[in-house]
Write a protein that binds this ligand. Sequence first.
Ligand SMILES: Cc1ncc(COP(=O)(O)O)c(C=O)c1O
Length: 423
Amino acid sequence: MEFNEITLSKEELPKNYYNFMADLDKPMPIPKGDMSILGKVFGKSVLEQEMSQERFIPIPQEVREIYSLLGRPTPVYRARRLEKKLNTPAKIYFKREDVSVVGSHKTNTAIAQAYYCKKDGFTHLTTETGAGYWGSALAVASTLFDLKCKVFMVSSSYEQKPYKKYLMKLFGAEVISSPSNKTKYGKKILAENPNHIGSLGIAISEAMELAMQDEKTAYCLGSVLNHVMIHQSVIGQEAIIQMQKADDFPDSIIACVGGGSNFSGIAFPFMQKKFKDKEINFTAVEPKESASITKGKYEYDYGDSSGLTPLMKMYTLGKDFIPELIFAQGLRYHAMAPSLSHFVKQGKINAKAYAQKEVFLAAKIFSETQGLVPAPESAHAIKEAIEQAIECKKTGESKTILFNLSGHGLMDLPGYAEVLNFK
Ligand SMILES: Cc1ncc(COP(=O)(O)O)c(C=O)c1O
């Protein structure tokens, strides 16, 4: 019998976060503009991590326990049936961040952020959500740390994905369709267009505005910033041990990118100095409909639409860009993490973009061969993995490909039905 699953024991759950900033060849461009906003909306602990140069940051025991409760460490699978279907000499592995009930990698940072905010004396958390994965992750983290949570959900997603809304409510969160009439910025947008489809940039502005008004409310961000990338490093650290157990090592690492956190999670630990002699090809995959790296500019821009955040140097389509409506709502963001952008600019990470239909068709091949349902976001990584495996078939190379399955798509079946025309 061939084994397809590489598991880790609870003891192998990482004890530290890995901080990519300790291994930078070239410093990242520093943010500009009004930095005082950060101190108003974020807790002290996450801000310290945002600037930290420490290579390893201990993961608090309570956080490790909740990681374990929600299914960490997560398995790595070898996609042998997909390999067979593609008739490729490539070996395809994927890291399963889809296994928790919330269904994505977002709990890795949600639990950490809720823990640190509680420790810093906050009683309420506020945030944005696109696809609803991040909102559900922060909702479950909030209830487990006895915090109140308010989530601004992009209005088109609020309509498209009602089950995500119910999941957040089940965990005790308040869910508000964004743009909303709860904030000055939301009211301004609604006055211009009462049927606005919303965007992550707008929802971030609304959540930050709320946090600025109350010192007991912290704002939490689900991607983009350095501390989020640090928390997500549990993915790659586990995958390193799992690839060792498989007696293999990736030639290629692939993940989808919205703000960049699941990509950083799987990729940055493999970019540590200790692996500098390994030649790994890193590919970040974005939607053609919101292609910040492949179509945007590398320049200073705001992380939100109203211009509340400091200016960060990153790949961006501009803060006012409203991405086309696609089911991968978690990838509908105008910009890309400054850290990931920095590596792209240095030529260490490549980017690819695919359109919705081809992405869903790739997801269908994966579902039919592996018996799993990927999130529309994760399906972008699957599409690229399939493309690379097909290329291996042409060249005869037996490459080892590792991709991140960032989430499950069980609550996105209406999206599958629409794009793939199920009757
Ligand atoms: C399942 C899933 N994958 C990927 C993403 C994209 O975000 P990031 O680039 O921060 O991983 C999201 C965002 O909501 C998501 O929910």
